[in-house]
Ligand binder design. Structure first.
Ligand code: ATP
Length: 140
C-alpha cells in the first residue's frame, strides 16, 4: 500500500463545510492510517517546508501554517500520492478554479498560500513527511 501525507491547512480546518467535505472524500477513497490534529510553531513549520526556504512566499507560508490547527492524515491507497494530489487540484488557486473547479483547491482554496491542503509529491517525500510528524511510524 502506498502512503501519502495530507495536511489540511488552518483555514480549511476552521471551515466546517470544507472540513466535512474533505473528511468525507478522504474516508471514501483512502485507508486513513493515522490522524492527528496539531499546531506548529514557526520553527517546526519552517523545517517542514525547508525546501522552500529561498522562495519569496516562504515567510507567508510558515506564518500561515503556524496560525491555527492543522489536521495530519497518513493516507493509504495503491496510488495514494497521485490520487491525493489529483483530488487537491493545481497548487495555484486561480488555475484550480478555472481548470478543475470541483477539485478541493478549486472549491475551497482562497489563495496560493491558503490552498486547502498539502500532499506529498513523491515516495521519498512521503516517507520524510510522515516521519517528520509521526517519528515512531513503522513503514514495515
Ligand atoms: P504542497 O507541497 O503543499 O502539496 P505543491 O507541491 O502543490 O504543494 P509547492 O510548489 O511544493 O506546491 O509549494 C508548497 C506550498 O507553498 C504550496 O502548498 C503553497 O501553499 C505554497 N506556495 C507555492 N507557490 C506559492 C505562491 N506562488 N505564492 C504563495 N504560496 C505559494
Amino acid at each position: 500500500l502506498q502512503l501519502s501525507l495530507a495536511i489540511i491547512k488552518p483555514h480549511a480546518v476552521k471551515n466546517p463545510v470544507a472540513l466535512s467535505y474533505i473528511r468525507n472524500v478522504i474516508k471514501n477513497k483512502f485507508v486513513v492510517v493515522k490522524t492527528k490534529r496539531v499546531t506548529l510553531d514557526q520553527e517546526t513549520a519552517g523545517n517542514f517546508y525547508i525546501e522552500h526556504e529561498e522562495k519569496f512566499f516562504f515567510n507567508r507560508l510558515v506564518t500561515f501554517m503556524s496560525s491555527g490547527y492543522i489536521d495530519l492524515h497518513v493516507l493509504g491507497h495503491r496510488n495514494a500520492i497521485q490520487l491525493w494530489r489529483t483530488m487537491l487540484g493545481p497548487t495555484k488557486v486561480f488555475k484550480a478554479q478555472f481548470e478543475d473547479p470541483y477539485s478541493l483547491r478549486g472549491m475551497f482554496g482562497l489563495s496560493d498560500t491558503r490552498n486547502v491542503a498539502h500532499g506529498s509529491d513523491s515516495i521519498a517525500s512521503a516517507e520524510r513527511e510522515i516521519k517528520f510528524f509521526f517519528p515512531d511510524f513503522s513503514f514495515y
